[in-house]
Design a protein around this ligand. Structure first.
Ligand code: HEM
Length: 500
């Protein structure tokens, strides 16, 4: 009986503590979404009933001013609606927001822990400093021949299946796997001829979707203390080992035959060789080399595949922009070989199509930065809020990208929103598909080059036709905790275009 009383008393105490914690925003006079026991404002995300983007969208419209409070379990987080505050978090107040609010234990997930996205403080500066020099315009230009060769493999593959409906994300996943594999490690996987290539299998199995993997991901996002305790790996051991073995074999092969390639791994090998020549120990261990090269994969393969999948899908549903884009491409060349870096990036309409797709379907749905030093954020409506150290700040990219105040009739696919004049008429930070400030995506130029070359290839050879005209909004996959993806796929046909 005493045990039962103690048990009930401890539940009551725990509940009262929870109640007190979830009054944080009310006590400070900040408008907020009241917390529901026990998950706070994010029950539907945790129970995988809706995507992060959809849940945050509801919060976005419930909170009417420039910012407001929410609770993730009992922890308060500041939710931002005002593009000026987004700018402050990314740029002006970077010294208070240099870390992502995302925890990966480098001891449990050593490869993932070295990715700049997951690193904090000085570790972030170190890992970002290794990746960025290999993503300059000059380096990307050197990758173009490899990308074009994958483009041709894709076009040949599609040409053999013009009577079939192909799923956009799957097709483009093969493409980006091969492009990234070639640019990071010099691997020629040809996932089109060989859909069971180990590289393709590993890229699609990075996050295995197992209960353990999903719990690890949720802990990284919302419950770092539990993550530390459980020590579950986010990346499967099979994937870790595969990438370490790829690096080991490539390094040993290049050493044996003295060969050198124009890829990211080579820049790490060169740093080790230079150190060796000076009689110093190697700069990077095998595991570090695997981790840094894998950054290419983790950050580049899926984001670009999702974007390309959505571009071909939207163009199949919108024949006018599709034809206008084809005309622009044809004016610049009749085969992908004719397109150099400058031409690829000079095509305005192609850029408008890509931007409009990133607006409607940003690959990620939101950002969460951790406040590391107390700071006051001011909204354009004159109100302000003191953000205390340790408070996460959420920037709901998907909601801002789809807010009718900035993008009227947001469900309509309309590339004209991205003419120079229309861009200049909006606040800068109501659109930020690559983030912003010193932490913004360093792979932007590489990503845009691979995406645009794929579109040039596809539109020169194929007319895109939808499987069906969707009624209402596209259904999103709530099991995808990180990215914005279609629940039932993006199906379309690629019919040969008439010869020029
Ligand atoms: C369409 C493709 C891509 C999109 C939409 C995209 C988007 C993003 C976004 C939104 C961020 C977070 C930025 C921030 O926190 O402010 C990011 C970070 C990052 N991206 Fe990309 N990305 C793409 C492709 C790539 C590629 C191809 C690479 C490299 C090969 C890459 C490497 C990175 C890295 C290393 C970070 C972490 C940066 C840091 O925390 O300092 N991304 N990306």
């Amino acid at each position: 009986m005493l045990i039962l009383q103690l048990f009930l008393a401890s539940i009551l105490v725990a509940f009262l503590i929870w109640k007190w914690k979830v009054s944080y925003w009310q006590r400070r006079g900040v408008a907020c979404i009241p917390a529901k026991f026990p998950f706070g404002s994010i029950a539907d995300i945790l129970l995988m009933r809706r995507t992060i983007g959809e849940v945050y969208d509801e919060i976005y419209y419930d909170l009417k001013s420039g910012f407001g409070g929410i609770y993730r379990f009992w922890w308060p987080a500041l939710f931002v609606r005002d593009p000026e505050i987004v700018k402050a978090v990314f740029v002006k107040e970077f010294n208070s927001f240099h870390d992502n609010d995302y925890f990966v234990d480098p001891e449990v997930d050593p490869i993932l822990g070295l990715n700049p996205f997951n690193s904090k403080g000085d570790r972030w500066k170190y890992s970002r400093g290794i990746v960025t020099p290999s993503l300059t315009i000059l380096k990307v230009k050197g990758m173009i021949p490899g990308i074009k060769s994958v483009c041709k493999q894709m076009a040949d593959y599609v040409e053999r299946q013009t009577d079939e409906f192909l799923e956009g994300y799957d097709l483009m996943g093969k493409y980006t796997t091969d492009v990234v594999g070639c640019s990071a490690y010099g691997i020629e996987a040809n996932s089109f001829e060989n859909p069971n290539s180990v590289l393709r299998q590993m890229s699609s199995r990075m996050f295995d979707g197992s209960l353990k993997g999903n719990i690890a991901l949720l802990c990284a996002l919302y419950f770092p203390a539990l993550g530390k305790l459980l020590r579950f790996k986010i990346l499967t051991e099979e994937v870790n080992q595969y990438f370490i073995s790829v690096v080991r074999e490539a390094v040993s092969l290049r050493k044996k035959d003295g060969s050198s390639r124009d890829d990211f791994l080579q820049s790490l090998i060169n740093a080790n060789n230079d150190a060796e020549a000076r009689g110093n120990p190697p700069v990077y261990s095998e595991e570090e080399m695997a981790a840094h090269s894998m950054t290419f994969f983790l950050d580049g393969y899926e984001t670009a595949a999702l974007l390309l999948g959505f571009i071909v899908y939207e163009l199949s549903l919108n024949p006018e922009p599709q034809e206008k884009l084809r005309q622009e491409i044809r004016k610049n060349g009749d085969s992908v070989e004719a397109f150099d870096f400058e031409t690829i990036h000079s095509m305005e309409y192609l850029d408008m199509i890509v931007m409009e797709t990133l607006r409607k379907h940003p690959s990620g749905t939101s950002f969460s930065r951790l406040c590391t030093r107390d700071v006051v954020l001011k909204s354009q409506d004159g109100s302000d809020v003191l953000v205390e150290e340790g408070t996460p700040v959420i920037l709901p990219m998907y909601s801002l990208h789809n807010d009718p105040e900035y993008f009227p009739d947001p469900d309509r696919f309309d590339p004209e929103r991205f003419t120079k004049d229309n861009r200049a008429s909006r606040p800068q930070f109501c659109f930020f598909p690559f983030g912003g400030g010193p932490r913004s995506c360093p792979g932007n130029t590489f990503a845009m080059t691979m995406v645009k070359l794929a579109m040039i290839t596809v539109l020169l050879r194929f007319r895109l036709e939808p499987k069906e005209i969707p009624v209402g909004k596209l259904e999103l996959d709530p099991r995808n905790q990180f990215f914005h993806s279609a629940k039932h796929g993006l199906w379309l046909k690629y019919k040969p275009v008439d010869a020029l």
